[in-house]
Write a protein that binds this ligand. Structure first.
Ligand SMILES: *Cc1c(COP(=O)(O)O)cnc(C)c1O
Length: 406
């Protein structure tokens, strides 16, 4: 079936311009006319796909006939969502996984061999760090961590065994912003591929491929799906670079069910609207906190006091819904009391969904770490991470105001 709308200005026939994120989120990747003339895509519940006869199998193998074969290798709904996400990110090919972590593991397992090295900026999702240090190490892959946004340190850590440079941007939970141009340039200069986990930014706010980064990864569980009701992950890159990743995914089987994929496609329809609201809520909550006497420090790329505000302003359209802050003169218990006193945000890990969420990183993600490790990871006892949903900013602020009196 013919896909009508594409982000490629030469293909979409609309004034030779890139379509906006909201138009792409609604239409890209979808056939203009669908099964049973339905406006929505069907949920194809099939573990396998039948062939009319032996010749049909041979035609499929010889790539004369695009179609599905077996559920682990693909599903019609998955193709639609992959096309949509590739268009949003401005990349050639997107590959959908069962979760963000499955996507990271899939990419690293594809690209790294025994003896290879990977260099990470040290502010990152703790499970990504754990996969490298605990598991890739068992296969003889060496992980080197350098201070986030220290480009000289990153370059100095590269040697002739280095195969991949990895960072998040913004980082979690400190929201440091990587200078993507510099990061990609190091990779190009040294012949090393680069990966940005842009989960916290989304293609609404920044598109790392435009800066020359090789792979962009998202936990689609967060803003892309947006409703706190599913897990998914995606990697976007060139056709050629994604081919071996697709192959390994077919072996790993870290894929989404047809129903899950439909929920993701449905969630993506409102992506542009949700990002506008979450960017606005993040900015408003950050500004409120920055001027509050009980707050020691606010980490949000959209406020001037943020270390990376200039880079953020230059490269990002908005700064997202995540706001991290430190409470002045508060021990872990006094900090927990504020979390517990907030009425609107629910206490939970995750971010990017329509419901606001609040958590104390010390308790939620780093409780079992030693105090030394927490210091090393930059997780003080008085840190709170607030993920703005799409509620009204005035309500979120009024609620925080009362919670800070706790
Ligand atoms: C949540 C998250 C992940 C992991 O994604 P899952 O979908 O939970 O597996 C990876 N990176 C970042 C930045 C995240 O926020």
């Amino acid at each position: 079936m013919q896909t009508r709308l594409s982000s490629d200005p030469h293909e979409n026939g609309l004034q030779k311009r890139r379509l906006g994120e909201s138009t792409l989120a609604v239409h890209a990747g979808e056939a203009h006319q669908k099964v049973a003339d339905s406006i929505t895509d069907p949920i194809v519940c099939a573990s396998t796909f039948t062939f009319a006869n032996t010749q049909a199998i041979i035609d499929y193998i010889e790539e004369k006939q695009p179609r599905e074969e077996y559920g682990r290798y693909g599903n019609p709904g998955e193709k639609v969502v992959e096309r949509k996400l590739a268009e949003l990110e401005g990349g050639e090919e997107a590959l959908l996984f069962a979760s963000g972590m499955a996507a990271i593991v899939g990419l690293l397992m594809t690209k790294l061999n025994a003896g290879d090295e990977v260099v990470f900026f040290d502010e990152c999702y703790h499970r990504s760090r754990e996969f490298c240090s605990k598991h890739l190490a068992r296969y003889g892959v060496v992980t080197r961590q350098v201070k986030a946004c220290d480009y000289d340190a990153m370059e100095a850590a590269i040697n002739d065994r280095t195969k991949l440079l990895v960072s998040e941007s913004p980082t979690n939970p400190h929201l440091s912003i990587v200078d993507l141009e510099r990061f990609a340039a190091i990779g190009k200069r040294r012949g090393v591929e680069t990966l940005i986990d842009a989960t916290l930014a989304t293609p609404y706010n920044v598109r790392p491929l435009e800066y020359g980064v090789d792979y962009v990864l998202h936990s689609a569980t967060k803003y892309l799906a947006g409703h706190n009701d599913l897990l998914a992950g995606v990697i976007i890159g060139s056709k050629e670079q994604m081919e071996p990743v697709r192959n390994l995914r077919g072996i790993m089987g870290a894929i989404s069910s047809a129903h899950n994929i439909y929920l993701l496609e449905r969630g993506l329809k409102t992506f542009g609207l949700r990002m506008q609201q979450q960017n606005a809520n993040g900015q408003a909550v950050a500004e409120f906190l920055a001027s509050h006497p009980r707050i020691e420090r606010v980490y949000y790329p959209g406020i001037e006091s943020h270390t990376y505000h200039e880079v953020a302003k230059r490269t990002m359209r908005g700064f997202g819904g995540l706001v991290t802050f430190l409470v002045k003169d508060a021990d872990w218990r006094a900090t927990a009391n504020i979390v517990d006193a907030a009425m609107i945000p629910r206490i939970a890990p995750s971010l990017g969904g329509v419901e606001s969420l609040i958590e104390q990183p010390l308790v939620m993600s780093y409780y079992e770490c030693t105090p030394e490790d927490r210091r090393r990871f930059g997780i003080p006892d008085n840190m709170i991470r607030y993920s703005c949903g799409i509620e009204d900013a005035a309500d979120l602020i009024a609620d925080l105001e009362q919670a800070l009196k706790a």
